[in-house]
Design a protein around this ligand. Structure first.
Ligand code: PEP
Ligand code: MG
Length: 761
C-alpha cells in the first residue's frame, strides 16, 4: 500500500477537530495514533508527552506497542532515540534503530520486532510538548518524505495535544486532591484544587480570562449589590452619578455607532430612556429624600424594574432586564467616584443562559472579555454574531455554571470549547502562551494570494461571508475575492426597530464601496427560524424553522421587502448588483420575488431616483424542494447559491441549532452529496454561475468533493480564507472529480466518511 502523505496532512487538520467530539483525552490521542499509523502504513505509532515537572517523557498513547505500557514507560530527556529527538529538538530517523548507539531497548513493550524508527518532536514555539514516534518491522521503511509529513502532522496537532496535556495535568491534580482528601482531612488544600474544567462547544474563537458575571432572567442574579460600609452619599452625589451615567451612555452610543455603523443605531436608546424616566430616577430620588441610603435606593428601584420587566409577557420588555441591570451597575460605580473602566465589562466573562443578538452587541461595545452561554437559548446565529465581533464564546451544557459565584475567575478557549473555573496559575500561564502562539499563527496565516488555483490550474474563487460592515477590513486583508453572502438581516436583528430605506441604503452603499470593485452578493432578509426580530414577533409558531422564514416573510410583508429592494437597487447604481433570495421553495417564490424587484425598479424610475437597471437575481438552494426543481430554477435565475447549512438541516430534518442531535447533522450524508451534485450539474447545463456558502465550504474534508463536482466559488468566514486557499492549492481538480464520482455511487454515510478521509472510494 502506498503512503499518502498529502492526504494525511489534510486529514490531520480535521483530526484536531475530533478532539471536540471525542469522549476523552485517551480516546482522542488514541484516535490520533491509529489514524497516523494507518495513513503512514506504519505498524506502530505512539505519542509520548513531556511532563515538565519530572522532566520525563511518558508514553501516553500507542497503536502497535503493548497497551499496558501506557503511562508506565518513562524516558528522561535525551534517553533513547525518542528522548534524544526531544532533547535536540530535531527529527530522528533510523533504518535500523538498534544500530544507533542511543537506542534503548525497553522490555515489555513488544518493540523488539520494529527496526525502522522515526521520531519527531512536538513543539509549541520552543516549548517541549512531546514526541510522535513511528516504527515498522521493515528496515529502512521511512524516507525523507515521511519525516516531512510527520513533522507537518506534529505541527498541526501541537496546539490540540498541548491542550490535552493541560487537561491531563488537571486530572492528575484532581486525583491528587481526591487522594489527599482521603489521606488527611486536616491538610490545607492548595489553592489550585478549586479548579473545575468544563468541556463545551467552541462557538467563537479567542481566549478570554476574567471575573465571572452571571446574568440571566432569574431574579436571583442581581448585579446591583450595595456593599456594607458604603459611604453615606447625599442627594447631590446621586444627581452627579446620574448625570455622569447619562453622559457615559451617550458617549458609548456615539462610539459604537462610529465603529458599527450598520447595526448599532440607537442600541443604547433604552438605557437612556430608562435613565431619564421620572419613575426610575425620580423614584430613587424620592426614596433618598425619605432617608433611604443612596445605594439602597438605587438597588431597590433597579430590582423593582428587573422584576417588572422580567415578568412581562412582552418579549421586548423582557429584553430590557439586562439594560436595567447595566444602568444600576453604572450608577453605583459612578457613586463610588468610579473610573470609566469599572463601569463597563472589561475584565468580565459573562455567564448566561440566554442572550439576544443585541445583548452580544452591547456587551461587546462595553468591552466584555468573553461569553459562556449555557445551552438553552442557544441559536447558531448568536454564535455567528459573536464570531463577527471576534468575541470569544463557548457553549456549555452544564447548567451548574449559571450558579457560579460572581467574580470567580473563569478562563475560556473559544477555539477548543474549554472552560476553566478558578484556573490555576499553570493554566493561566498556558492560556497566555496559547494567546501568544495563536497571534503568531494568525500572522503566518496572512500569507494569502490574490487568486487561488488547484494543482492542475483550475481557478477557484474564494469569497467571504459578511454579517456586519466591521468585517470588511479583515475581508480585504485576507484577500476575499468578493462577498459571496451578505447576511442583510443583521442590521435588522440587533436594532430596536426596522431600519428605514435610507438607513439600509447607506449600509449597502458602504459595503459596496468598501469592497471596491469586488462583487458583492446581497441576500435579502432571512428573518425567522432562529433569527427573530424582538420588535416584530412572529407569534404562535411551534416550528419556527418551518414557519414564516426568509423569502416567505418578505413575500408576506411586501412593504418591508420593497424597502429593502429599493435600498439595494439604489445602492447598486452603476455597480454589478447581485441580489439573492433565501429559502426558495418553488419557482413561484422566485418569480414572485423577481416581479417585486421589477415593480420597485419601475417606481424608482417614475420617481426619477437613480438605480441599478440590470440586477442579477439568484435563488438560494437550501431546501429539498429546490433541489427537485433545480432545472427550472436554473432556467429562471441568473445564478444559484447553495446554502449548505440549511440544506443539510432540511434534507436530514435535523435542527441546526439543537446541540443534542448535532451528531445527526451529517453534512456528508449521501443524500446531501447527491443533491449538491444535481445542483452543480443543473447550473452548468444552464450556464449559470453557482456558489457554495455554508460552513461546509471551509471543511477540509468537503472542499475536494465540492471542487470535484465542479463548484468553483466558495464563500467562507473571512478568517477561514487562508486555510481554504491552502487546501484548494493542494488539490488536483481532475483527481477530485474522479473521486467525487466514486463517492456519489455510495449509499452509506460510513462509506462516504471513509472515502472522504482518503481510506477508500
Ligand atoms: C446556509 O444556510 O448555508 C447559509 C449560508 O445561510 P445561513 O447560515 O445564514 O442560514
Ligand atoms: Mg441559510
Amino acid at each position: 500500500m502506498r503512503k499518502d502523505n498529502v492526504e494525511l496532512i489534510c486529514n490531520i487538520a480535521e483530526l484536531a477537530g475530533l478532539f471536540q467530539k471525542s469522549s476523552g483525552l485517551s480516546d482522542f490521542l488514541q484516535t490520533v495514533v491509529s489514524v497516523v499509523a494507518y495513513h503512514m502504513r506504519a505498524a506502530v505509532c505512539s505519542i509520548y508527552l513531556y511532563d515538565d515537572q519530572s522532566r520525563e517523557l511518558v508514553l501516553t498513547a500507542t497503536q502497535g506497542l503493548n497497551p499496558e505500557s501506557i503511562g508506565k514507560v518513562r524516558l528522561k530527556l535525551g534517553e533513547g532515540l525518542t528522548g534524544l529527538a526531544l532533547k535536540e529538538l530535531r527529527p530522528i530517523r533510523e533504518g535500523r534503530g538498534s544500530r544507533n548507539p542511543n537506542f534503548k531497548f525497553i522490555p515489555g513493550i513488544r518493540e523488539e520486532q520494529y527496526q525502522a524508527f522515526l521520531a519527531v518532536p512536538i513543539l509549541r514555539g520552543l516549548e517541549r510538548v512531546g514526541v510522535l514516534v513511528l516504527q515498522d518491522p521493515v528496515e529502512n521503511y521511512f524516507d525523507e518524505n515521511d519525516t516531512k509529513a510527520l513533522q507537518a502532522i506534529a505541527a498541526q496537532l501541537a496546539a490540540t495535544i498541548e491542550n490535552a496535556k493541560l487537561l491531563i495535568t488537571l486530572h492528575q491534580m484532581q486525583e491528587r486532591q481526591a487522594a489527599g482528601q482521603a489521606e488527611t482531612r486536616q491538610t490545607a488544600l492548595p489553592s489550585e484544587l478549586g479548579m473545575k474544567f468544563i468541556r463545551g462547544v467552541p462557538a467563537s474563537a479567542g481566549i478570554a480570562v476574567g471575573r465571572a458575571l452571571p446574568i440571566g432572567m432569574s431574579e436571583d442574579h442581581f448585579v446591583v449589590k450595595p456593599e456594607a460600609g458604603m459611604p453615606s452619599w447625599t442627594l447631590d452625589d446621586f444627581r452627579r452619578a446620574l448625570a455622569k451615567t447619562e453622559d457615559q451612555i451617550e458617549q458609548l452610543q456615539l462610539s459604537v455607532e462610529e465603529k458599527l455603523t450598520d447595526v448599532a443605531s440607537m442600541i443604547f436608546s433604552a438605557h437612556l430612556l430608562i435613565l431619564k424616566d421620572d419613575k426610575f430616577s425620580g423614584a430613587m430620588e424620592s426614596l433618598i429624600r425619605q432617608g433611604v441610603p443612596v445605594a439602597d435606593a438605587v438597588a431597590r428601584v433597579v430590582q423593582e424594574y428587573v422584576h417588572l420587566f422580567g415578568n412581562s409577557n412582552n418579549p421586548r420588555l423582557r429584553e430590557k432586564v439586562q439594560d436595567v441591570r447595566d444602568i444600576g451597575r453604572r450608577l453605583l460605580n459612578n457613586l463610588r467616584s468610579g473610573e470609566e473602566s469599572q463601569s463597563d465589562y472589561a475584565g468580565r466573562v459573562i455567564v448566561a443562559s440566554e442572550l439576544m443578538p443585541s445583548d452580544i452587541l452591547k456587551l461587546s461595545a462595553q468591552r466584555v472579555e468573553g461569553l459562556a452561554l449555557v445551552a438553552g437559548g442557544l441559536t447558531s446565529h448568536v454564535a455567528i454574531l459573536a464570531r463577527s465581533l471576534q468575541l470569544p464564546m463557548v457553549i456549555v451544557e452544564d447548567r451548574s455554571l449559571l450558579h457560579v459565584d460572581e467574580d470567580t475567575v473563569i478562563a475560556i478557549d473559544g477555539e477548543q470549547g474549554n472552560l476553566y473555573i478558578n484556573p490555576t496559575p499553570d493554566v493561566l500561564r498556558n492560556f497566555e502562551e496559547l494567546r501568544r502562539t495563536r497571534q503568531v499563527m494568525e500572522t503566518h496565516l496572512q500569507n494569502v494570494a490574490d487568486e487561488t488555483y488547484t494543482r492542475d490550474g483550475q481557478r477557484v474563487h474564494v469569497l467571504c461571508n459578511i454579517n456586519m460592515l466591521s468585517e470588511v477590513p479583515a475581508a480585504l486583508r485576507l484577500k476575499a475575492e468578493g462577498v459571496g453572502l451578505y447576511r442583510s438581516e443583521f442590521p435588522f436583528i440587533v436594532r430596536n426597530d426596522f431600519p428605514s430605506e435610507e438607513e439600509q441604503y447607506r449600509v449597502y452603499r458602504k459595503l459596496i464601496d468598501g469592497m471596491g470593485d469586488r462583487p458583492v452578493i446581497f441576500r435579502t432578509l432571512d428573518i425567522g427560524g432562529d433569527k427573530m426580530l424582538s420588535y416584530f414577533p412572529i407569534v404562535n409558531e411551534s416550528n419556527p424553522f418551518l414557519g414564516l422564514r426568509a423569502i416567505r416573510f418578505s413575500l408576506r410583508h411586501r412593504h418591508i421587502f420593497e424597502q429593502q429592494l429599493r435600498a439595494l437597487l439604489r445602492a447598486g447604481h452603476q455597480t454589478k448588483l447581485h441580489i439573492m433570495f433565501p429559502l426558495v421553495a418553488s419557482v413561484e417564490d422566485f418569480t414572485e420575488a423577481r416581479d417585486i424587484v421589477h415593480a420597485c425598479m419601475q417606481s424608482l424610475e417614475q420617481e426619477g431616483i437613480p438605480y441599478n437597471r440590470a440586477p442579477k437575481l439568484g435563488a438560494m438552494i437550501e431546501l429539498p424542494s429546490a433541489v427537485e426543481i433545480v432545472e427550472e430554477l436554473a432556467a429562471e435565475a441568473d445564478f444559484l447559491s447553495i446554502g449548505g447549512n440549511d440544506l443539510v438541516q432540511y434534507m436530514l430534518a435535523v435542527d441546526r441549532t439543537n446541540e443534542a442531535i448535532s451528531d445527526l447533522y451529517v453534512a456528508h450524508h449521501p443524500a446531501v452529496l447527491r443533491a449538491l451534485h444535481r445542483v452543480a450539474q443543473a447550473a452548468h447545463r444552464h450556464g449559470r454561475p453557482v456558489s457554495f456558502c455554508g460552513e461546509m465550504a471551509a471543511d477540509p474534508k468537503m472542499i475536494p468533493f465540492l471542487v470535484g463536482i465542479g463548484i468553483r466559488v466558495l464563500s467562507v468566514e473571512a478568517r477561514q480564507i487562508p486555510r481554504v486557499q491552502q487546501i484548494v492549492r493542494s488539490l488536483d481538480a481532475a483527481q477530485a472529480a474522479e473521486k467525487a464520482r466514486r463517492i456519489l455511487q455510495m449509499g452509506r454515510i460510513r462509506d462516504v466518511a471513509r472515502a472522504l478521509e482518503g481510506n477508500g472510494g
